[in-house]
Design a protein around this ligand. Sequence first.
Ligand SMILES: NC(=O)c1ccc[n+]([C@@H]2O[C@H](COP(=O)([O-])OP(=O)(O)OC[C@H]3O[C@@H](n4cnc5c(N)ncnc54)[C@H](O)[C@@H]3O)[C@@H](O)[C@H]2O)c1
Length: 359
Amino acid sequence: MILVTGGAGFIGANFVLDWLAQSDEPVINLDKLTYAGNPETLQSLQGDTRHTLVQGDIGDVALVSQLLARYQPRAVVNFAAESHVDRSIHGPGEFIQTNIVGTFNLLESVRGYWQNLPQENRDGGVAPTKNRFRFLHVSTDEVYGSLKKDDPAFTETSHIEPNSPYSASKAASDHLVRAWHHTYGLPVLTTNCSNNYGPYHFPEKLIPLMIVNALAGKALPVYGDGQQIRDWLYVKDHCSAIRRVLEAGRLGEVYNVGGWNEKANIDIVHTVCALLDELRPRADGKPYKDQITYVTDRPGHDRRYAIDARKLEAELGWKPAETFESGIRKTVQWYLDNPDWVAHVQSGAYREWVQKQYA
Ligand SMILES: NC(=O)c1ccc[n+]([C@@H]2O[C@H](COP(=O)([O-])OP(=O)(O)OC[C@H]3O[C@@H](n4cnc5c(N)ncnc54)[C@H](O)[C@@H]3O)[C@@H](O)[C@H]2O)c1
């Protein structure tokens, strides 16, 4: 049994779906179901006894302690967070609350549970023990700040220099996780991953926004000059990296996760447009790139991120399965094949579903 937090969001849900496709080990999925949490993504698991979705906050110590005591997980994987940089600029409070205070409370609940686990497994079975327990914290490359054009990619020893309220709150949570290991001995692992893309991505983020707007005949808004560089990883490759770190990562260590795919935002938009031209040409025969419009840049917009994932590759033998070309094609195709999921997110119908389930 593992406890996943934020498992109704983009990466967490992909992780839960992949986990249960590959193993029968049950998952307790604790998610607050904010606007970013979408249980429709997990619809294929309805009635599956291996998956239990619990609506709740990682900061709710009583609830989390009760879940830990009841289900006795051998690991906690923490995806829960406020994750959208633009939202963090307009309203940083929620980011401080969930990403920092929430992580602190989660660590305290987990510490209380872990301290009372048996040192050794008395019956020789699979029940969790103090030694085998793991807390894996999922974080971002944005904690390292911004790179100049020719700087080498971020390694695990790069300075932590976050620039947005989002990245600052994630950096703070990474520091708390580190401190709970060094101070209390909690068996933690941290992963810092580059930008993810793939199925079930909320259409406020660059790639799904471009696909969805293009198909709707709307403008494709590109910040500033579009030359901001991000390093992209297909979400399922991020999930396989997390599984690998959980399995074999060294305690207290940080592992960078990335696929060596640095791309300027404008190039990403052109790639999406070209794929749509091929897979779903516009009725008027014109290219989708005609819909691109440049808009005022985001304040404090980081110029470049790049991740050096050699530690994870060398120590744990992890490799991404997708190239950027194969992953982006799969992603565009997924959005073309799943118009209902997109429509429900856009109309807000997925929120009604949440309210009905949890009224
Ligand atoms: N998206 C990326 O490119 C990326 C890259 C690297 C790391 N990350 C990290 O991975 C994690 C998941 O990112 P994502 O893109 O899936 O985010 P997301 O916004 O799609 O999902 C976050 C999930 O957390 C839930 N949540 C929010 N506050 C909560 C709380 N207080 N208690 C319980 N659940 C809560 C939401 O309901 C949602 O289901 C985050 O920690 C993020 O910082 C994301």
